[in-house]
Write a protein that binds this ligand. Sequence first.
Ligand code: NI
Ligand code: MN
Length: 232
Amino acid sequence: MSTETKGYIRWLGHAAFEIKVYNKTILIDPWITNPKSPVTLDELDKVDFILVTHDHGDHLGETVEIAKKYDSCVVGVYEVTMKLAEQGVKNVLPLNVGGSIKLTSEIEVSAVPALHSSGCGVPVGYVVKTPDIVIYHAGDTGLFLDMELIGRLFNIDLALLPIGGVFTMGPHEAALATLMLRPRYVIPMHYNTFPEIRQDPEQFKDLVERIAPHVKVLILSPGDRVPIPLRI
Ligand code: NI
Ligand code: MN
């Protein structure tokens, strides 16, 4: 790692990511017990913030357990955070589609639409903004034309997109999403966790190289870290 590295993003398998920026640890969709997870719950560092895209089990994951252990602040759509509060999560930050909140003076989170379903509230994606990086986590979603708008509204450095198909976009749709979002880098996620969402990430990479050649595809293995800021 170069000396200018200020943090990192680490894939914990499925849709779970750990982001370390400005001395804060943020987890997105912390299903830490997923079959491909590189860590156990006990191996996690102190978690400051948890972002939940929607309340399906493979995204809500161990949110309640982790939040109780570390007194983490849980960010989610209003109805989801109310349910979590009922389950004993003390520190919640509700928001809704189109809204933004500051987690610290350097870290801001915006909720953007996701085309999917949920038990309560609505599913969302998140844009995490710091002075060093802008990360878009799409959550579970199908392809929708407003991704073009998300790309215009935020200058995305890194997009995290589902490619597993069946429950979300597959490689073709995700490649078109990449074209619309215009990030600098894209990381495929939400595939090969279980048999129904088996995919070849190289197929996604080939498609992106063909239709959005200006975007660099980073294929990670669970546990891999990408330094922040990203190198050009
Ligand atoms: Ni889902
Ligand atoms: Mn899912």
